[in-house]
Write a protein that binds this ligand. Structure first.
Ligand code: H2U
Length: 275
């Protein structure tokens, strides 16, 4: 199926500049990135602490937090892949600013993009989300422990040793520049899964220096254009940044990275299902 042709501005879109959102709040006439608190936030900052435990079988705990939505551009018809590098740079600046701000209050700031109707994304307007809370989600918690244990045993960050191995083999590296490498991880489960990581030891998005930020915009552009060209479609994926938690001791073992999980298998319309 050919991709839908979208207007640059959609009067019915809740993310376009100047439009009303659920609950009646109106977006400002923004001209770059724009971040707002999710009108249906799954986590709230003022939640009372409660705990449920029924015989150890039904267990739950209240989690204080916040959820935000981040528009990458006022242009309804662009994707991150189609944006100019200076505009992608602004998205990176905003990711860093959000991580920096929310990291003062919360231990875990999850920045992610869920793209494409096939991934359950509700709106083609280029946007991502930010969820911040005090608990580490399951996967980052495992990454935290494994990186820590590896560092204790080997004296080096796990992902930097892994990167050296990938460079040595040269088989799974898809893209690279002076500061970043994108590899199909050895343990990939999705057909076009990628791991994007800095070549230098870097704990968090907030630790990226100017050359790393510039090169990130460059490699993101090439990576996403390549995804789009693979099946000549607006390539769907779920991507997220993992880095050292905030307000936590002993994080030197961490290496910042982004996961890209695309659901497509052999064409624009054949989706992989985990069975
Ligand atoms: P997706 O990226 O999965 O489509 O989610 C978009 C988010 O936008 C979703 O979490 C929020 C939804 O709660 N939203 C608002 O905050 N305001 C609205 O007016 C509609 C959708």
């Amino acid at each position: 199926l050919p991709d839908e042709i979208l207007p640059a501005y959609d009067p019915t879109c809740y993310l376009c500049a100047g439009n009303a959102r659920a609950g009646g709040v109106r977006n400002p006439v923004y001209d770059s990135t724009y971040v707002f608190t999710n009108d249906f936030a799954a986590m709230l900052p003022g939640i009372a602490s409660t705990r449920l435990d029924e015989g150890g079988l039904m267990r739950a705990e209240a989690e204080r937090g916040t959820c935000r939505v981040m528009c990458f551009s006022p242009r309804h018809d662009l994707s991150l892949a189609e944006m100019e590098i200076p505009d992608i740079q602004r998205v990176i600046d905003t990711w860093i600013a959000q991580a920096s701000e929310l990291g003062q209050t919360y231990r875990w700031v999850q920045i992610f993009e869920n793209k494409g109707a096939v991934m359950g994304c509700s709106n083609p307007h280029p946007h991502g989300q930010i969820w911040a809370g005090d608990s580490l989600p399951d996967l980052p918690a495992r990454e935290h422990n494994q990186q820590y244990l590896y560092q204790v045993e080997h004296g080096r960050p796990l992902l930097l040793d892994y990167l050296d191995l990938e460079i040595k083999h040269g088989e799974r590296i898809v893209l690279g520049n002076a500061e970043w490498l994108a590899v199909v991880p050895f343990w990939a489960v999705w057909p076009f899964e990628l791991l994007l990581l800095p070549r230098r030891h870097t704990l968090r998005l907030t630790d990226l220096d100017a050359p790393q930020q510039q090169e990130l915009a460059e490699i993101l552009k090439r990576l996403l254009v390549r995804y789009d060209n693979l099946f000549e479609t607006a390539f769907p994926y779920s991507m997220g940044w993992h880095g050292a938690p905030f307000k936590t001791a002993d994080c030197e073992a961490w290496q910042l990275h982004a996961h890209f999980y695309p659901p497509l298998l052999r064409s624009a319309t054949i989706k992989k299902f985990m069975v």
